[in-house]
Design a protein around this ligand. Structure first.
Ligand SMILES: [Zn+2]
Length: 599
């Protein structure tokens, strides 16, 4: 009897679970105070005779931004009602978890409010002008029903007339959208307001651009230029898997950054930067970056990055591929579409090499470890970060470049990193329908290269040895030189800023003069050699008037105690790299250069 009953319960629970469709309604009764009102309706999946309540949860992070952000900190006033309109007992049981004492099978309505006042591409913010809903911080899920379908109905505030989202509209139901599961819901930000919307079609995909915040952009130029990038990136992977794609662009006085999604992206821009050529290309670079992600990381992804655990950190050693290679391809795409000349592109690469090689943390933290530690280091930088870490974007981008050159060189211009990305996409996203492991990526890259990549992995990805750039650039008949070579410039090795009227040390660089002789972050520099110093400019002039080996007396205030510290100035070791063309390049080298730079 017990046994039969047990089976019955199981069947009942399973069938209810399969049917459960969680419906959300989002409204804005007090947008001026930055509140979002959320109503969530679900059918209880709690088994009959179970004493366990239903559990509802809010994610703690948003995929693409590897930091536990504790979105539930913004939730308040959660209440639940049963099928007869009766108030149900609810209980908060963990930071992002609530128990709802509902009855098996009954329709439950949960209401809560979310304070949304953090401007970024990965957090929600609402005011009277618009609402940006970053779904991981707005919507909750019933435990164990994350694979269930869901709908969202938006009730716009007063005069808001437009909704922009990658979610699929429900036909015949205005302002209602659907997602096949919560992975899709959580991956689909929603912009509501009076945004300026324009469209373009490229690679057979209809693209919608939703501009919030105004700005000096030229729609025709953006339609033309964004289409070029879409077309070029589609060539890399051989197909564009979306039918429709949405760019949500937030224009503020001074802003930047982006976050990728499956069929949409959120971009941050400075509203008056569109007419400045450098800034405009920076914006196109951001478009190229986030759009490239629709393949690299949203579909072709490391194993840990989907399906996600929304309640904790998801560790991967491969952000140097997911982010670094995307960063490599963003400017490469601007080169291939001729937004950057070959010379300009090489200057940008030289700048990237200088930035990575001048950072002391590059000799301390392997880029694979930087990826694993994104959660505690990259997203939580401190005054010592430059000494102890390296960015998986910056270093990963250079790993992409040397791997690309290695492959082009080894295959005499027949193959490139494009072939690795495309083959990985075909094999793991399309065929095996799963994420790849670190070893699987290496195997594919070696297969395309036709040679071992052990050195790149051991020395540069999992190790901290200096990258031998001249060898890799040499494949393309390019030369690397250091314009600072032999300059012997005196150097203190700090960063400083005027804070509350005091010239304060903000960073002390590992191994340099200030590090060796004991200047500290937060020391106030009062004067040098008897002269008052009040600004960064005065400090720079004072140091540059000295010679390497000179001793200087720095009067500082450390926690209110005045003291003089003697510093022996050392030579500035920072490089300023330049890439130039080797006039004696062989036909083989010229072929590699032609392939790499699309000449
Ligand atoms: Zn990215």
């Amino acid at each position: 009897m017990k046994c039969i009953l047990f089976i019955l319960f199981m069947t009942t629970a399973a069938s209810i679970q399969a049917q459960t469709n969680i419906a959300f309604e989002v409204s804005f009764t007090e947008p001026q105070a930055h509140y979002v009102d959320v109503e969530m309706k679900y059918k209880s999946t709690r088994p009959i005779l179970s004493y366990q309540p239903s559990t509802i949860k809010m994610p703690v992070w948003t995929p693409g931004s590897y930091l536990v952000r504790e979105f539930s900190k913004n939730v308040e006033g959660l209440q639940a009602w049963g099928g007869k309109g009766n108030l149900l007992k609810t209980e908060k049981t963990a930071k992002n978890t609530w128990a709802v004492y509902d009855n098996p099978g009954e329709q439950v309505t949960v209401k809560y409010r979310v304070y949304a006042n953090e401007i970024s591409v990965r957090t929600s913010f609402v005011d009277v002008s618009h609402a940006f809903l970053s779904p991981t911080g707005i919507f909750m899920y019933v435990d164990n029903t994350i694979n269930n379908p869901t709908t969202v109905t938006i009730k716009p505030f007063k005069n808001w007339t437009k909704i922009s989202t990658g979610l699929e509209p429900v036909s015949g139901k205005p302002n209602m959208f659907q997602a096949v599961d919560f992975d899709i819901l959580f991956d689909s930000p929603i912009e509501v307001g009076n945004q300026d919307i324009f469209e373009f079609t490229a690679a057979g995909v209809k693209h919608e651009v939703a501009m919030y915040g105004g700005g000096n952009y030229n729609k025709e130029a953006l339609q033309r230029d964004m289409a070029k990038i879409v077309t070029e990136e589609t060539i890399v992977f051989g197909e564009n898997p979306n039918k429709r794609y949405v760019f949500i662009v937030h224009n503020f006085q001074s802003y930047g950054g982006g976050l990728e999604h499956l069929n949409s992206t959120v971009l941050g821009a400075s509203r008056m930067n569109y007419t400045n050529e450098k800034d405009y290309k920076g914006f196109l670079g951001l478009v190229a970056h986030e759009y490239f992600h629709l393949w690299n990381v949203k579909r072709l992804r490391p194993k840990a990055l989907g399906p996600f655990d929304y309640t904790a950190e998801n560790y991967t050693p491969n952000l140097w591929i997911a982010e670094g290679f995307t960063a490599y391809y963003d400017n490469l795409m601007l080169r291939r579409t001729s937004f950057y000349s070959p010379e300009k592109y090489l200057d940008l690469i030289a700048g990237d090499i200088s930035a990575v090689e001048n950072q002391p943390g590059n000799r301390v933290q392997p880029v694979s470890e930087a990826s694993l530690d994104a959660w505690i280091k990259y997203y939580r930088p401190n005054e010592n970060s430059k000494n102890s870490t390296i960015s998986y974007y910056d270093k990963g981008s250079l790993i992409g470049m040397i791997m690309d050159l290695e492959i082009i060189g080894a295959t005499k211009g027949q193959k490139s990193l494009d072939d690795v990305m495309k083959a990985m996409y075909e094999e793991y996203y399309k065929k095996q329908k799963r994420g790849y492991t670190d070893a699987e990526f290496k195997v594919m890259a070696e297969k395309v290269a036709g040679k071992s990549l052990d050195k790149i992995y051991a020395d540069y990805i999992n190790g901290t040895n200096p990258i031998n750039y001249p060898d890799y650039l040499g494949y393309a008949g390019l030369l690397l030189s250091n314009e600072n070579q032999g300059k012997n410039t005196p150097y203190l090795g700090i960063a400083s800023a005027v804070k509350e009227g005091q010239l304060t040390i903000t960073h002390v660089s590992r191994g340099k003069a200030a590090w060796k002789d004991g200047l500290n972050v937060n020391d106030e520099i009062v004067g040098i050699d008897g002269y008052r110093i009040t600004s960064v400019d005065e400090l720079d002039k004072m140091i540059s008037s000295k010679k390497v080996g000179d001793k200087i007396n720095v009067l500082i205030s450390r926690d209110g105690i005045l003291q003089t510290i003697e510093i022996t100035l050392t030579a500035n070791p920072n490089a300023k790299y330049k890439i130039t063309v080797d006039d004696k390049a062989s036909p083989e080298q010229l072929a590699v250069r032609k392939k790499w730079l699309k000449l």
